[in-house]
Design a protein. Structure first.
Length: 291
């Protein structure tokens, strides 16, 4: 279960090694925004070597947008090192994930990798037109591992001067994009991953941001600095109080299998509450088995 997915510039070997020592559930080797155009060939070489040495670390690669020449160069350079998945930036919609999946079919065969091994995580909201196609991810490709979103590229495309209000809350267009990403991921039956919290020195703000993400239904979050990983990981672990309450709900419904509602501590609960309780227990069980 990926709670924390840590972005690392692909052209910085020192930062990559530091990321490998972190507790991040997944490392995203970035060949796109954090790497200048002239440095991309060197970044591919550094990233390829890193993946070859840390292939068991759960390494993903953010390639360049699929409609650029760099995307295929990224894939050809990194696929021989068998990344766990590809982060797809600036997709126009699910059709780009489908196209990427076809490229991966060919490359996995070419490099003698198991077919379907490499997953896809689109950053699904970076282009305005993509927001009108988020529902199309459901059933688009079996490689789809989740959906995440971003505000900065969308903000630039909209011509906006900011993404948050004075209190730090998302402005309406970005709250809308976040909500659509969450709902589209649920419709597709994949993980919803919340976007980055850019102030890596603000632990309190990050904790509030990550806790709100789990509350809303996200199962993980992107990170931009190793210092954020522990806070994010902790935020996505159900508390002992939540686990105990969930266990009581499941036990009460099990004791009354024909009941549509039950009472617990003066509160009436129905079947959706049972589904939520089972989800909490499943998350807790997975995290325990992975620890």
């Amino acid at each position: 279960m990926n709670r924390s997915l840590l972005f690392v510039p692909g052209d910085n070997g020192r930062k990559l090694l530091k990321a490998a020592e972190s507790a991040a559930d997944a490392i995203i080797v970035d060949l796109e925004d954090s790497v200048a155009s002239r440095e991309k060939p060197r970044a591919r070489s550094i990233a390829r070597e890193f993946l070859s040495e840390h292939g068991d670390r759960g390494c993903w690669v953010r390639i360049n947008p699929l409609d650029t020449e760099d995307a295929l160069a990224d894939l050809r350079a990194l696929m021989p090192s068998a990344p766990a998945g590809i982060v797809l930036p600036k997709p126009r919609g699910a059709k780009d994930a489908v196209q990427l999946g076809k490229l991966l079919d060919v490359l996995e065969q070419e490099y003698a990798l198991p077919q379907g091994r490499t997953s896809i995580l689109p950053i699904a909201t970076e282009r305005p037109e993509a927001l009108f196609h988020l529902h199309e991810y459901a059933g688009a490709t079996r490689r789809l591992a989740g959906l995440t979103w971003g505000a900065e590229d969308l903000s630039a495309a909209l011509g906006a001067s900011g993404t948050r209000d004075a209190s730090g809350s998302w402005l309406a267009p970005y709250q809308f994009a976040r909500s659509l990403c969450l709902i589209a991921a649920a419709a597709a039956g994949v993980a919803a991953i919340d976007t980055v919290y850019t102030d890596y020195r603000d632990d309190a703000g990050l904790r509030a941001f990550a806790s709100a993400a789990r509350r809303d239904g996200f199962s993980g979050m992107l990170a931009i600095h190793p210092a954020q990983v522990a806070v994010i990981n902790d935020a996505f672990v159900p508390s002992s109080e939540e686990i105990e309450r969930a266990r009581r709900i499941v036990e009460l419904f099990a004791a009354s299998p024909d009941a549509g509602t039950i009472g617990l501590d003066g509160v009436m609960l129905d079947r959706p509450h049972l589904a939520q309780a089972r989800g909490i227990l499943e998350v807790a069980k997975r995290l325990k088995s992975e620890s």
